[in-house]
Design a protein around this ligand. Structure first.
Ligand SMILES: [Zn+2]
Length: 280
């Protein structure tokens, strides 16, 4: 039985500030990546106890080179590190998996009071909608798992993200490791308690995943991005067959969710390019 783990960072224990997200030689980033790795290790231990025989972990945060690989010395485990990746935070998943876990995840952009709430690009994307419903990284990535008929069986992060997961996916296992007070403040479980909770929920997620439903969006599927500035939408609208929906919004429709996702990834990279480059 195979388990896929997508590991992000903003939802980990103790993390409440963007500065820590910028990977560099900073002590804060190093601390956060150790905690992120400890959470993933706890999820691995629980999954193995629950019966997982193969586990693939995809490093899903920023440079996607955060995880400390020396924590994962289990014969069942392999780790995907680096970028770019066609499936981004879900790279590596396919229809041979029984369950997917989203560890260290956070609420969508605008989800008050979610800790470090954002959707893929905190400085360029205001909102993403799929078939008219607002979604964040969780909803977009669950759709990739759903394309391969894999249910999201466990999410770990703050309570705002957990509510989002339950609203979208019903009976998913949730490990709430911090309570959001506002975007940059949280009441956190200490590391040992957070890891114990993740391990316990992971074990139960593996045992229960056969009864969980994958998230599959109706087709044709429309994904709309609302950017912060019109120049970001100008850039994203260069994608053939995209539709401009007013000043800051661009949408794309496809019956193939992977094509839709790859187009979305190209859109946000174009939007980010304009933001960083400031050429226009
Ligand atoms: Zn994220």
């Amino acid at each position: 039985m195979k388990v896929f783990i997508s590991a992000d960072m903003e939802g980990i224990a103790g993390k409440v500030h963007w500065e820590f997200s910028k990977e560099s030689d900073s002590a804060e980033w190093d601390r956060d990546r150790q905690i992120m790795s400890e959470h993933v290790k706890a999820a691995i231990e629980g999954a193995i106890e629950g019966g997982a025989s193969e586990i693939v972990i995809n490093d899903s945060h920023m440079s996607m080179r955060n995880l400390a690989i020396d924590r994962f010395d289990f014969e069942q485990v392999e780790v995907i590190t680096g970028q770019p990746k066609p499936l981004c935070m879900m790279e590596g998943i396919d229809n041979t998996y029984s369950a997917a876990f989203l560890i260290g995840y956070h609420g969508m952009s605008g989800a008050h009071p979610g800790v470090l709430n954002h959707s893929f690009c905190p400085l360029s994307i205001r909102e993403i909608k799929i078939n008219g419903i607002p979604v964040g990284e969780l909803g977009v990535n669950a759709g990739i798992a759903g394309y391969f008929n894999v249910p999201i069986a466990l999410v770990a992060g703050d309570n705002v993200m957990a509510e989002e997961a339950q609203a979208r996916m019903g009976d998913v296992e949730v490990a709430i490791i911090k309570e959001a007070l506002n975007m940059t403040t949280a009441k956190c479980l200490p590391l040992k308690a957070a890891n114990e909770l993740i391990k316990q929920k992971s074990r139960s997620a593996v045992q229960r995943c056969k009864d969980m439903k994958p998230l599959v969006y109706d087709t044709p599927t429309e994904l709309e991005v609302d950017f912060f500035m019109t120049n970001m939408a100008d850039a994203a609208a260069l994608i053939p067959d995209s539709q401009r929906k007013g000043g800051t919004k661009v949408s794309y429709i496809s019956s193939d969710y992977l094509e839709l996702f790859k187009t979305f990834q190209a859109m946000f990279m174009l939007g980010e390019h304009v933001r960083l480059d400031l050429r226009y």
